[in-house]
Structures are given as C-alpha cells and as structure tokens.
Design a protein around this ligand. Sequence first.
Ligand SMILES: C[S@@+](CC[C@H](N)C(=O)[O-])C[C@H]1O[C@@H](n2cnc3c(N)ncnc32)[C@H](O)[C@@H]1O
Length: 253
Amino acid sequence: MRETPVVPFHRGSQRFAPGEGPAPDPAGSHHERRIRSFQPRRSRVTASQEEALLKRWPDWGLDIDGRSVLDLDALFGGRPVVLEIGFGMGEATAQMAAADPDTGILAVDVHTPGQGNLLGLADRGGLDNVRVANGDAIILLREMLAPDALDGVRVYFPDPWPKKRHHKRRLIQPEFLTLVATRMRPGAVLHCATDWEPYAEQMLEVLTAHPGFENTAADGGYAPRPDFRPLTRFEGQGLDKGHRVHDLLFRRK
Ligand SMILES: C[S@@+](CC[C@H](N)C(=O)[O-])C[C@H]1O[C@@H](n2cnc3c(N)ncnc32)[C@H](O)[C@@H]1O
C-alpha cells in the first residue's frame, strides 16, 4: 500500500511538500518572544497561484529559515540587489523588475497567495531578476544577509497599525532602522511610502533622528514620488479613500 506523504499544513492556505512550495513559518518565528509587524492571514491560494508556486518556487523561491547567509551574487548573477519588504500581491514589484532588468529584487512577504501571484507575474513576464522570500523580513535581515549586502531597500505601504496599542507593531522604528542600515552599503537608499499620515510623520521623525541615514530631500521633508515607483495595490485603496501619499527617501551614510 502507498504511504500518504506527510506534508506541512498551512492553515487556510495551500499545503506544499517540502521544497515544492513555501513552508509555513519556516524559521519557527512564532517561538520568538518578539512583536511582529504582520498577522497571519487566512486567504486561499488560487489555482493559478498554486501552479506558479509549483513551477517556480524551486528556482525562484526561498524560505527564510534563518540558517545561512545568502549568496546574493549567486542568486542574482552578480546584479546589484534591492530588498522589497512586504510586496503584497507583487504587481508593483513585477513592474519595477521589468523596467530595470539589471537590478535584482529580493521580494519578501509572509503571504502565500501574494508569493504565488508574484511568481506567476515573473514567470509570464520572463523576469529572472526577482526572487521571492517567504517569511519574516526581520529574520532575513538579521540572519541571512551579510553587512553591506543591499543596494537599496523598499518598504511600500507597510501595515499602518492605526490603533495606538498596535503602534509597536509598525515596522519603521529605530531598532529596525539600525538593523537595516547595517545590511545596506553606504550610499544605498531606503525608500518608504505610506498613505497613513500619522505613520508618515513617525517615519520622517525616526529616519531624520537616525544617525545611519540622511534625507535625500533638500528641505528635509517628504520626497516627490520617484518615477520608478509604480502605483501599488494598497496605495490605490488609500487614494480611493482620499488619503495623501508620502514618499521618503533616505540615504545610508
Ligand atoms: C499593507 S500591505 C502592502 C502591500 C504592498 N506593498 C502594496 O503596497 O500593495 C503590507 C504587506 O507587508 C507584509 N509584511 C508585514 N510585515 C512583514 C514582515 N516582517 N516580513 C515580511 N512581510 C511583512 C504583509 O504580509 C503585507 O503583505
């Protein structure tokens, strides 16, 4: 009789055999006593997302297991590498990858349907400069990226966590900036954008105060949206609600 293979179960999402798709909680980060910037979501993987994951995950996906430092030169064929944290469904990521094939994009999110969506877009667009990392960006930065490894970092519309008791979950905080600065080469730019005014103010305040960064905006405020940043899905929802969007571009000293 054939044995039923034991596969990890990702609640509310898709199961994948080891190596075939993203692992649920690859670094076991729920064991860490740390406040996380995301909440597990129970959205389902569609058939086309599953197909893209099965086809592309083995070559273009990686689990953030915290076990080894990534060889970015090998992963991206020697291209400069930009990290995008929280790509959501990945439409903007795919557009930026298509517009700049000489830059590698290491795109990280915890959301399986989005990972499948981005891999599908990359597959159909022939975008071999995108890699999809599954798990917590903090563990990726802390355990799996070497000092000065990154040529840029993008954080577009991070979860705003509007309630005061949730503010500690916001990603852009002094400790995060200290970690991220060590992984960026001097001169590399950290680009943040948000449609949540109080979060924009917080970003400007902590980035301005941080000794590792300097503002690229001459007046020390927000920057105009650079042409290379496409409209993102989350941004579109914010604009529909009448929100104003702010970009912040800070250079690593
Ligand atoms: C509000 S959505 C924005 C998505 C996309 N950038 C956009 O503008 O449409 C924020 C995303 O960040 C992801 N995220 C939050 N914290 C994260 C972390 N520590 N590591 C990886 N992804 C994270 C969430 O899963 C979510 O998909």
